[in-house]
Ligand binder design. Structure first.
Ligand code: ADP
Ligand code: ZN
Length: 721
């Protein structure tokens, strides 16, 4: 009987059974087009025994329409999809969809027509044409993509094609990438590096599951060291996946990779053009793309022959996805390694407590690089007590920090000021009546952005221009900015040091990989004296002449008070401190705080990481928090406040009573209004040994909710808002 079960890409449907028509060949993992009512739907053929379905009589089965021209999803990836669906309480289809992330790729190879400038001037110049000529320099893409880049309509570009200003280029979407050469430029490793590399190389050669925690101080050469393991996988003809927490880091990684292996790796991230996405996806699936570096979504690419997975800056919070399928890419990477039977390297200078605990218990092998490469020393860390060394009124930089900045400017060295807050000021109010600007869709203040002249919500993207008068009392010119954001710090630096060249580095300024590359270039060429940035500048960068790091407000991260607040603060400040003194000149770090005796701050000042982690570990153990206990959250939301509250109560009212499970709530979420939806939360705290997923699944299965209500489950949550 040629009956098959398919995961179909429709969130409302479970797996469906189909018939395979005579002459069509499918196997588990095949990507197919199937009929659904009058429409067609994409699905993946699955092992029927692994996916419960509905028993439809054979006579009623409809035939598959087409097998798409892509290799079947490999078995280890199918196991990973099942695991994720089960662990994160998501539908298998929504996880599988992350693996089939390029629709165009599924239709096979082929040619795309892209366009580029010919160098001819248009016969008649218009402002739009001028703008396009300006912005499309060195660009190539489809008309739609170019229209986006140039900020003009597609019609304008078509006119330019007709006038011979733009010309078509046929691009083969299956053209292979150049192959990296494992022996292109082998470095001389230090003894410690060589020892760590040897263990990872041996694991690659063994082609067995083996998680490593590569725990090395900032500047110890973790990248060079894991490059050796990548070289071993390349020698064996296998593929390698490298996950980075932010696109902004990709650019400098590409450069270093190219220096070591001769060609850049394949990049995978959300700002790829659709033709690039199609090519990358297909080349990965065909086994031709050997090394892929990407954001967390690269984790679900269909590698047929993976030999190694690397997660760099593995402690980063951005590996946790907080919408759609709520997964943690670091943990899923380890599971993929398990199913693929390959080593996984988690690299970090400030590992997550969870990862350290895994190393402690022997499940991960810990490799330590205790010293900076090439004799560079770790920076000197000094605390500035803001209660004693107060900044001037309306300023945020204390006299000692200003003094240190001046020193660097005089000696031609670079400085970095870190404040993890975008924009100019986090709150704007009316001096006259006290009115505060709040987001209409969220329970959050609007953040003033002076560069873009907007008041913006950082949760939903709502934006308004600052009004000339107070919307409440009508008073003109009465708005005051409260508190600092990076833009305000940059202004302050410019006021104090008018000649200093200041670069503002946030997700508002480094919006594309090209802009990130430009920033790196300028910093390396010493065209920048002072960098002012958010967490975007805390990691990955290596600027040898940067010798001063100033942490503007070390207390900020501690205010939220969630489970990981102290750990996160420690990681962030240790990482940003790690940018100082990476070259020949020693570095200095100044930390501004009002709580110099807080455990985190003292640990940073004394450099006693172990003591800090030990204390945190004990606190977590006492609280039954991860890694000793488990947390899960249920978030109930609706545009209707009463509906959200009632649904949350219904969930709370049917909570299971189990000895090892504690359920808190429902209560309004700290962000009780988000993107126009009212939110309630329940928190579940369970023993490590509890199958918390099964408990939640059975609990929620019994309930039904009004159509406007969304119930999301967050396993191992990172965000508690
Ligand atoms: P980490 O990622 O641990 O902070 P990096 O990998 O960025 O450290 O290394 C810091 C700097 O030292 C980089 O410029 C890197 O190229 C250099 N480096 C590290 N190890 C070596 C080596 N064995 N040979 C040459 N340069 C190295
Ligand atoms: Zn908002």
């Amino acid at each position: 009987m040629n009956r098959i079960r398919c995961l179909v890409f429709n969130a409302a449907l479970g797996p469906l059974d189909y018939r395979v028509p005579e002459g069509m060949a499918v196997e588990p993992g095949s990507v197919v087009v199937a009929p659904l009512g009058p429409r067609q739907i994409i699905g993946v053929v699955w092992e029927a025994e692994r996916l419960p379905g509905v028993d439809v009589p054979a006579a009623k089965l409809r035939p598959i329409l087409q097998v798409l021209p892509v290799p079947p999803l490999p078995a280890p990836l199918r196991r990973l999809i099942e695991w994720c669906a089960d662990y994160y309480l998501a539908s298998p289809a929504s996880v599988a969809r992350m693996a089939l992330s390029s629709n165009a790729a599924l239709r096979g190879g082929g040619t795309v027509t892209e366009y580029r400038l010919t160098g001819h001037e248009p016969a008649r110049m218009t402002p739009q044409r001028l703008q396009a000529l300006d912005l499309l320099h060195d660009q190539q893409g489809t008309i739609r993509e170019l229209a986006e880049i140039a900020g003009v309509s597609e019609a304008v570009l078509r006119g330019m094609v007709n006038g011979g200003v733009l010309e078509p280029v046929l691009v083969d979407s299956d053209r292979p990438y150049p192959q990296p050469n494992p022996n292109h430029a082998q470095p001389d490793l230090s003894d410690q590096q060589a020892e760590a590399a040897a263990k990872m190389v041996a694991a690659v050669k063994a082609h067995a599951f083996q998680p490593f925690l590569l725990d090395g101080v900032t500047g110890s050469g973790k990248t060079e060291t894991y490059f050796e393991a990548m070289a071993a996988a390349l020698e064996a003809g296998q593929q390698v996946l490298v996950l980075l927490p932010e696109i902004a880091l990709t650019e400098s990684f590409l450069k270093r990779f190219e220096a070591r292996f001769g060609v850049p790796p394949v990049a995978w991230h959300s700002s790829l053009k659709s033709s690039e996405r199609r090519r990358a996806w297909r080349q990965v699936a065909l086994g031709v793309a050997k090394v892929v570096v990407g954001a967390r979504s690269a984790l679900f690419l269909p590698f047929p022959d993976l030999g190694l997975i690397v997660v760099d800056e593995a402690h980063e919070v951005s590996f946790k996805q907080d919408d759609g399928v709520r997964y943690n890419a670091r943990d899923v990477a380890v599971m993929r390694g398990h199913f693929e039977k390959v080593p996984v390297i988690l690299a970090s200078a400030t590992p997550a407590l969870e990862s350290l605990q895994m190393a402690e218990s022997g499940r991960y092998e810990r490799l330590v690089l205790p010293a900076r490469f090439g004799g560079a020393t770790l920076p000197d860390i000094r605390i500035i007590d803001l209660r004693e060394d107060e900044p001037e009124r309306g300023r945020w930089l204390s006299p000692p920090l200003v003094e240190a900045l001046k020193h660097r400017l005089l000696s031609g060295e670079q400085s970095l000021l870190f404040l993890n807050r975008r924009g100019y000021a986090p709150l704007t109010l009316c001096r006259h009546c006290g009115f505060r600007f709040q987001c209409p869709n969220c329970s959050a203040w609007l953040v003033e952005h002076r560069l873009s002249r907007r008041l913006a919500c950082h949760h939903c993207g709502h934006e308004v221009p600052p009004p000339p008068t107070c919307p409440e009392c009508g008073e003109p010119d009465c708005l005051v900015a409260c508190g600092p954001g990076v833009e305000r710090i940059a202004d302050e630096v410019a006021e104090i040091f008018p000649d200093a060249r200041v670069a503002l580095v946030t997700s508002d300024t480094l919006t594309t990989p090209a802009k990130a590359a430009e920033f790196v270039e300028q910093a390396l060429n010493k065209a920048i004296d002072v960098i002012v940035g958010t967490q975007l500048v805390t990691k990955g960068y290596h600027f040898p002449d940067l010798t001063l790091v100033g942490v503007v407000d070390a207390d900020m991260g501690l205010e939220g008070g969630d489970l990981r607040a102290a750990e996160r603060t420690y990681q962030q400040i240790a990482q940003v401190a790690g940018r100082a003194g990476r070259g020949e000149k020693p570095g200095e770090v100044l930390i501004q705080t009002r709580h110099p005796t807080a455990a985190v701050i003292e640990a940073l000042a004394s450099g006693d990481r172990d003591a800090f982690y030990a204390a945190e570990t004990e606190a977590r153990r006492d609280a039954g928090a991860p890694p000793f206990g488990r947390w899960a959250a249920i978030i109930v939301s609706s545009e209707d406040e009463a509906e959200a509250r009632e649904s949350a109560r219904a969930i709370g009212g049917t909570a299971p009573r189990l000895p090892d499970v504690m359920i808190l709530g429902p209560a309004p979420a700290p962000l009780s209004l988000l993107r126009g939806r009212y939110r309630y939360r329940l928190l579940i705290n369970a023993r490590r040994s509890t199958e918390v997923q099964r408990v939640i699944r059975e609990w929620l299965e019994k309930l039904t909710f009004p159509p406007g209500v969304r119930v999301a489950v967050d396993i191992d949550p990172y965000s508690f808002v």
